[in-house]
Design a protein around this ligand. Structure first.
Ligand code: DGL
Length: 275
């Protein structure tokens, strides 16, 4: 085997990126993956720009050191606050042949297929919404569209604490669902702009009017990555194909393994690492 081949790195602040990994693995089952959750420092959603950038860069460097030629930031907060600087400033100095991709652009590219009114809602962490990354990306690709961002500060903590199925979660989901519709009742498409949110999908669907499409990012990012690798054959040739996934966390490994197994519906075993 070519010893330059390596796994695809998938990074998130915590468990949310598992919803992306799951879909990517369905579409590219033969590839190898390293999933890294920075659970010790999650959530990122309320942290400042500089801190999210610093933590994300540490994670990317770590995944490069573990041999990943390609890293996916499976986290909207990190994509919003760190991706551009890493791509434009850090990557050329670290290794210009490697790639770091995010989740915002591929999601926005799909909007034309879903909306009729051009009024787009975005649920996200406070960090993602404050960054206005979705507003800017949507304005670039679809200049006539209106973007209505809405921060849901309680949703990630509910999920990270294993409360996604509780009655308490219903309260917080309904509250934000009502608020986004109050902001603009012409919205016909809502992006779940945080990789944790698919874990609340059933509840979000329950409180958002039926005619509104809810976009989950997993399938979108998976098909965009498959397409990217078809077009970038040199990168594809650098990826290893043993259908193996390694799970790493910066927090307690057995806690991560238990939670991640619930999210993925199969048992996994994680290892603790320091970034
Ligand atoms: N999963 C991350 C995202 O997509 C956010 C979680 C957090 O706040 O750390 O934005």
């Amino acid at each position: 085997m070519n010893n330059k081949q390596g796994p695809i790195g998938i990074f998130d602040s915590g468990y949310g990126g598992l919803t992306i990994l799951d879909e990517i693995r369905k579409s590219l089952p033969q590839h190898d993956y390293i999933y890294l959750g920075d659970n010790a420092r999650a959530p990122y959603g309320t942290r400042s720009f500089d801190i999210v950038y610093r933590f994300t860069l540490e994670a990317v460097r770590y995944l490069f050191d573990r041999g990943c030629p390609l890293v996916i930031l499976a986290c909207n907060t990190a994509s919003a606050k760190a991706l551009r600087t890493i791509q434009q400033h850090d990557l050329p100095a670290i290794d210009p042949t490697r790639r770091v991709l995010g989740v915002i652009r591929p999601t926005v590219e799909q909007l034309g297929r879903h909306t009729k009114t051009g009024h787009i809602g975005v649920f996200g962490t406070p960090g993602t919404i404050q960054s206005e990354s979705y507003d800017m990306e949507i304005a670039k690709l679809y200049p006539g569209f209106k973007t209505v961002g809405h921060a849901c500060p309680m949703w990630v903590p509910l999920i990270e604490n294993g409360e996604a199925s509780s009655l308490g979660a219903d309260y917080f989901v309904k509250q934000e669902a009502d608020r986004i519709i109050d902001k603009d009742d012409n919205i016909d498409t809502i992006i779940l702009g945080c990789t944790h949110y698919p874990l609340l999908y059933t509840k979000i669907r329950k409180y958002i009017p039926e005619h509104i499409s809810l976009l989950k990012q997993g399938e979108i990012v998976a098909s965009s990555l498959a397409d990217y690798l078809k077009r970038h054959t040199a990168m594809e040739a650098r990826l290893s194909h043993n259908a193996h996934t390694t799970y790493l966390t910066t927090e307690n490994a057995s806690k991560f393994s238990t939670m991640a197994s619930l999210f993925l519906n199969h048992d996994i075993e994680a290892t603790t690492v320091e970034l």
